[in-house]
Write a protein that binds this ligand. Structure first.
Ligand code: AQP
Length: 329
């Protein structure tokens, strides 16, 4: 069975961008591949974070994975920091990764602006850790959102360099692009992101979702109720395409263009649809968050299984890079 790896960093509660851009796609892959789903906490500490909250976020992330439908019986759910081989392999990959490759990564440039006061090596090195996450499991493919494609391209370059320098070990992982495109935040500008407070979180109630949507940015040219709108520039219309039925999409599209419906009418339909889609996830989340023992067992089991794979890979790596010193044996 071919293998895939993907993960989410526990830098906040998971949102509909993580769901549509990642998890929903993962659900379709669980039966076809051996899947390793990581909670990649060492990625989360590359920006300032709260030590107490980190544990809560890890638990929340594990609960969200399962609540959204990932099945720990079929896949491996693991926690990155507990499998030391991730950071060990990162160090080795660092020695073959030219610094300019990392400086050119678009997310590094963005994060460098966002966290200019705390810019650190971890942020620059983030894609190398991501490469290690993936190739440690010799993943054949990685399901990602479009925003992650430059990272995956870098992983492939690092793999090619490793294989040509030391000898072939690693497959070049392919991308499996999730069907949901990049989801913008409710500000209608930046990507929906956990740290940007522009999200609809997976555990939000219908009332909370409505409250957020009712003030969300729509077509900036449509100021008054009677103004004619342009759905194609409206961020909420792109969400309709992901959450609403064909009939509803047509209704909103025509109604907006003719000003037959106002933005609040459009938002009400969207709010109901998002709430309905998230309802089972929210219910599962409430149950799971009261069952820390179960979540702990799932993660411990996943950590054990992923360590077994990781150790095997590292033995091959040690051999290739020449650190299996015979004189020590
Ligand atoms: N807005 C999004 N639209 C589509 N897909 C998204 N993903 C995240 N945000 C969106 C997908 O979720 C997976 C895991 O992402 P991550 O949490 O590890 O990294 P991120 O993209 O940096 O997450 P955030 O939410 O933006 O966190 P912060 O604000 O803390 O940096 C990836 O597959 C990604 O495509």
């Amino acid at each position: 069975m071919k293998r895939i790896f993907s993960g989410i960093k526990p830098s906040g509660r998971l949102h509909i961008g993580n769901y549509l851009g990642a998890i929903k796609n993962w659900l379709t892959l669980q039966d076809e591949y051996q899947c390793v789903w990581g909670i990649v906490d060492y990625h989360a500490i590359t920006v300032p974070y709260d030590l107490i909250e980190l544990e809560e976020r890890v638990i929340d992330c594990a609960a969200s994975y399962i609540a959204a439908g990932l099945d720990p019986e079929k896949s491996i759910l693991m926690l990155q920091s507990q499998v030391k081989e991730h950071t060990e392999l990162t160090w080795i990959l660092n020695t073959i990764t030219p610094i300019p490759w990392l400086e050119r990564v678009p997310t590094f440039k963005d994060k460098a602006k966002q966290f200019s006061a705390s810019l650190n090596m971890g942020l620059l090195d983030y894609p190398v850790l991501m490469a290690a996450d993936i190739i440690l499991y010799k993943a054949d493919a990685v399901p990602v959102g479009e925003d992650q494609l430059p990272h995956l391209e870098l992983t492939r370059k690092i793999v090619r360099r490793f294989n040509s320098t030391f000898g072939q070990i690693f497959p070049e992982p392919k991308s499996i692009i999730s069907s949901g495109a990049l989801i913008k935040g409710l500000d209608g500008k930046s990507k929906m992101g956990k740290s940007l407070e522009n999200c609809i979180y997976l555990d939000e109630t219908p009332e909370e979702i409505w409250k957020k949507l009712s003030t969300a940015v729509t077509d900036p040219q449509r100021i008054r109720r009677n103004d004619i709108g342009n759905p194609e520039v409206c961020n909420l219309f792109s969400l309709h395409k992901l959450f609403s039925t064909k009939d509803q999409i047509n209704y909103v599209n025509n109604g907006c263009k003719t000003a037959d419906i106002g933005c609040l009418d459009c938002k009400r339909i969207l709010s109901d649809n998002i709430s309905n889609e998230l309802a089972p996830i929210r219910e599962n989340l409430i149950k799971l968050k009261n069952n820390n023992d179960y979540l702990r067992d799932v993660l411990n089991e996943g950590i054990k299984k992923s360590k077994e794979i990781a150790r095997q890979t590292m033995y091959e790596v040690y051999d290739k890079i020449g650190v299996t010193y015979k004189f020590l044996k």
